[in-house]
Design a protein around this ligand. Structure first.
Ligand SMILES: [Zn+2]
Length: 301
């Protein structure tokens, strides 16, 4: 567990970003680049999980949501209460998401029973679906919604365990497995109206303040994770970005870094990204379709 005080880089949304999509090349071109510059590093974002029912709140047609800022969570008890009330409801829905074709393809690439050689996977997603699909050479840049961290003693515990404690503290509140997609953000934070009376649980060890072990907007990404992500990108000859608009610098920097080092960049995403002009191949495709298509070009049915 990285110490929050050692963090230097920041995960930050960019304001007023209205880029134009620039498309370039085909899936065949992408496959050829991956074959020629193998191994490939893959950076995934929310777009890869939309086929699993986890909404992408940045994608085209999605509802715009304003995510809570780190400072709002840490410094305001009411905000934390509201967060945990929403999270309590959203958790049930989150737990029901299954990996899709895109996740499974990338897990197979890592096992390398077939397909391109994979240097590793860096994900901005906190949904745990890459792990469930079997990916192990993986950096979860923004943490995991499946974990909870204590801001006072650093204890990391399973979110599922906290769910049981929250249930005991709030017998009147029912988590909803049927929470509508529009009400659910990618971090599992659904919308609850009556949160004011919600009872929040403290750390199981010290009674301190709990926070989901995910990187908030305005919160630094732990240095150790960033280092491991660069290691993966540097170990590869080509970078494939799948399902990310690269809106936040925490992901964009890897695309820029790869290009600076002369590695071709492939981007598969619905809608514009901040690195479109840097990409050797830029496809506006569903990530499941694209990753399956790439696998097929490497001889996987
Ligand atoms: Zn604690």
């Amino acid at each position: 567990m990285a110490d929050a005080r050692t963090l230097v880089t920041t995960h930050r949304a960019t304001r007023a970003f209205e880029p134009t999509t620039v498309l370039r090349g085909t899936l065949d071109d992408a496959a050829e680049l991956i074959a020629r510059h193998s191994p490939v590093a893959v950076l995934t974002g929310a777009g890869i999980s939309t086929d699993s029912g986890v909404p992408d709140y940045r994608g085209p047609g999605s509802q715009r949501a304003t995510p809570m800022l780190y400072s709002e969570f840490v410094h305001d008890e009411d905000n934390r209460r509201r967060y945990w009330a929403r999270s309590y409801e959203g958790w049930a829905r989150m737990g029901h998401a299954d990996p899709n074709v895109g996740h499974r393809v990338l897990a197979r690439w890592e096992q390398h029973d077939a397909g391109p050689r994979l240097a590793g996977l860096v994900t901005q997603n906190v949904d745990g679906l890459h792990e469930t699909a079997g990916s192990r050479r993986l950096v979860t840049l923004h943490g995991r919604i499946a974990d909870v961290v204590c801001l006072d003693c650093g204890d990391v515990s399973p979110r599922a365990e906290l769910q049981q404690r929250l249930a005991r503290l709030n017998p009147g509140v029912r988590p909803r497995a049927d929470a509508g997609h529009a009400e659910l953000r990618p971090d599992g934070d659904a919308v609850v109206d009556a949160w004011a009376g919600f009872r929040v649980a403290g750390c199981r060890r010290c009674g301190g303040t709990l926070k989901p072990d995910v990187v908030y907007f305005g919160e630094p990404v732990p240095v150790e994770r960033v280092r491991r992500a660069y290691e993966i990108v540097d170990a590869a000859g080509v970078l494939l970005v799948a399902g990310s608009s690269l809106t936040v610098m925490s992901g964009l920097r890897f695309a820029r870094h790869a290009v600076r080092r002369g590695r071709p960049l492939i981007i598969v995403n619905h809608g514009a990204t901040r690195a479109d002009e840097l990409a050797a191949v830029r496809l506006d495709l569903n990530t499941s379709v694209a990753l399956k298509g790439l696998s097929e070009r490497f001889g996987i049915a």
